[in-house]
Ligand binder design. Structure first.
Ligand code: ME8
Length: 633
């Protein structure tokens, strides 16, 4: 039977425009879908938008729009983005689609009729950003760990799904299927969560508070909780309950998500499926975050990187390559445009781009722009052939484990091998000796064939580039098959070649000068009043700095000896703004009667006064030379 492959992305919330985080997940799904198509598997790739719930209703209200008009608008932005990133999804689902609404009602009814949904009361902390309740334990300093905002306290009567009934089954399923949730760190995270008693899941919202959702089929007064609605997209998208595609693709379903939505996918979804009498998905694949300046990208933090800006600036394939090469699947990665440019110049312009130009130039110069005949094989040729097989083998293996960056490393090893093959084969010298024509043809043939192999291997990652290379070789760049490179020599002799422009022109990285942040003089709130007596308790003195040195292992602290009539040691957090030698000889103002303390293990008997300037801290000092030790009045 034909092998099937089904991959999904999260359906994205329509409260924000797509950024590189969304682009990354969708590009990875695209690479996987393209790879499986190239492997000859019957493939289905689903993406879409998540459009109900508080969060979307709030965003629509903020935009002054009706929720349907608002979701139509933003969903269209996502839909329009994907073709521009060369994404080949087979279907685009919206949770406001009529057929999705019907399926959600159908599943709810099924689970309700099975007695797995009941009416009850709930109170707890709810994060609208995540659209879920948090337990006290999950909150960090009372804030949502993801959005860093204070959750709302909510108390409501609602419908509940008996999720707790499935705890043991789920633990067992995860244990029996080690690859059910991967990589392992996320499997462990879910198992750790399941060590605590699993609570039932609140799956409704009263219409008195929220109307933007799917009405419960068994109670008109409530809408469905957005996650119970959204997760079901994965079965609606392939025609559940009756579609033929559902039978083909559900048994091999693989979801792709980032770690932010591990709990709904790792816990809610499999238990919902079980309760609805369906098999769980085959794999949940979880990746890390793209961070910018140490924080997860998000609209609220204002550090969003837009995929189309990068595509326009550097080209789509360079952008896709960078995302796939730089992130280790499962771990976080830090986005930097400078790193993208480095990869573009080294891996793409130098290694791959130069190889393609070099090989084609050679074929035009020495073989009249045609694929020459392949002559007798020398040792170097055998090694090249084996290199191609190794690259194919490692690509296949790494795709199994979603180690896409490793697959790229293996392909690049082969690219470098071909570059060496040319240097060692010295075709330019062979061309000088007519008796070596046969060898020259063979070397050129092998280089062109190697280019074909490379194009096929990179085609899931950089489909545009693969098409260009295959086109230059006189081949059809569409419908690429991996098995076409299982045997060396698939490139037909006599094929007419075409010249192409440089695949990846080098670019210069220009660091954008960040405009200095606009500084407003915002006065800190004045502290509560004190009496003169209170002020009198603070002993402020003028002192002269005698010595200064950095405190070991601290980038902030300086150890000072000061003269204030007596000699003293104080520690001051001035190292970022003053070099030790700049401090020596200065007059400073010190709080002299502050209780001694230790900073990084160094004793400090007093504190100097300083204030903020545009450029950092400045010392409070004296206009004219004072008497050391004098009181400040
Ligand atoms: O959670 N790094 O939608 P969402 C990497 N509607 N990936 C990121 C990312 C980042 N900084 N930011 C976002 C939802 N993503 C729900 C899903 S599914 C039934 C419902 C990607 O718009 C990543 O795939 O908040 C993450 O899981 C997803 O966008 C969250 O998208």
């Amino acid at each position: 039977m034909e092998k099937a492959y089904y991959i999904t992305t999260p359906i994205y919330y329509v409260n924000a425009s797509p950024h590189i985080g969304h682009a990354y997940t969708t590009i990875v799904a695209d690479v996987l879908a393209r790879y499986h198509r190239a492997a000859g598997h019957r493939t289905f790739f689903l993406t879409g938008t998540d459009e109900h719930g508080d969060k979307i209703a709030e965003a629509a209200a903020k935009a002054g729009m009706d929720p349907q008009a608002y979701t139509d608008m933003v969903s269209a932005q996502f839909r329009a983005l994907w073709p521009q990133l060369n994404i080949t999804n087979d279907y685009f689902i919206r949770t406001t689609d009529e057929n999705h609404v019907r399926v959600v009602e159908y599943v709810l009814r099924k689970v309700y009729d099975a007695g797995e949904i009941y009416f009850g009361h709930y109170e707890g902390y709810y994060c609208v950003g995540c659209e879920r309740f948090y337990t006290d334990k999950e909150l960090v300093d009372g804030l949502c760990p993801d959005h860093k905002t204070a959750p709302e306290f909510r108390k409501e009567s609602n419908y509940f799904f008996r999720m707790s009934n499935y705890q043991d089954w789920l633990i067992d399923h995860i244990k029996k299927n080690p690859d059910f949730i991967r990589p392992e760190r996320y499997r462990n995270e879910v198992l750790a969560f399941l060590r605590e008693p699993l609570e039932d899941l609140c799956i409704s919202r009263p219409k008195t508070r929220l109307t933007w959702g799917i009405t419960l089929p068994f109670d008109e007064a409530y809408v469905t909780y957005v996650w119970f609605d959204a997760l079901i997209n994965y079965i609606t998208g392939i025609g559940y309950p009756d579609g033929a595609d559902f039978r083909v693709f559900w048994p091999v379903a693989q979801h792709l998500i980032a770690k932010d939505i591990l709990k709904p996918h790792g816990i809610y979804w499999p238990t919902m499926l079980k309760a609805a009498g369906l098999e769980p998905y085959a794999h949940l694949n979880v990746h890390g975050y793209w961070n910018v300046d140490q924080s997860k990208m998000s609209k609220s933090l204002g550090n969003v990187v837009k995929p189309l800006d990068l595509k326009d600036k550097y080209g789509l394939d360079a952008f896709r390559y960078f995302l796939l090469r730089d992130m280790v699947f499962g771990l976080d990665s830090s986005f930097s445009e400078e790193a993208l440019v480095q990869r573009l110049n080294s891996d793409l312009a130098n290694d791959l781009g130069n190889l393609a130009s070099r090989v084609l130039a050679m074929a035009f110069k020495f073989a009249k722009g045609e694929v020459p005949p392949r002559g007798a094989e020398a040792d170097a040729d055998g090694a090249l052939r084996e290199g191609a097989q190794r690259a194919l083998g490692e690509t296949r293996e790494n795709f199994e484990h979603l180690s896409l960056h490793k697959a790229l490393i293996a392909i690049w090893e082969f690219i470098n091998m071909v570059n060496r093959y040319i240097v060692e084969g010295e075709p330019w010298n062979l061309a000088k000796d007519p008796s070596r024509r046969d060898r020259l043809d063979t070397v050129i043939y092998n280089c062109l064939e190697a280019l074909r192999v490379i194009a096929v291997l990179i085609s899931p990652f950089m489909p545009g580039t693969a098409e260009k290379i295959l086109g230059a070789l006189g081949l059809d760049g569409k419908g690429v098959r991996l098995d076409s490179i299982e045997n060396w020599g698939g490139l037909p002799e006599g094929n007419k070649l075409t010249r192409i422009e440089a695949l990846f022109p080098r670019v210069e990285y220009v660091r954008e000068e960040k405009a200095p942040p606009e500084r407003k003089t915002v006065m800190e709130p004045v502290k509560p009043e004190i009496t003169y007596e209170d002020f009198e308790k603070i002993d402020l003195r003028v002192a002269k700095v005698i010595t200064a040195e950095a405190v070991p292992k601290s980038n902030k602290l300086l150890k000072l000896t000061i003269d204030m009539g007596e000699e003293r040691q104080i520690v001051a957090g001035m190292a970022k703004d003053y070099k030790p030698e700049e401090m020596v000889g200065r007059y400073i103002v010190v709080v002299a009667n502050l209780k001694p303390t230790k900073l990084m293990g160094v004793e400090s008997r007093g504190m100097l006064l300083a204030t903020d300037t545009e450029g950092g801290l400045t010392l409070i000092t004296c206009d004219r030379p004072p008497k050391t030790g004098a009181r400040v009045r």
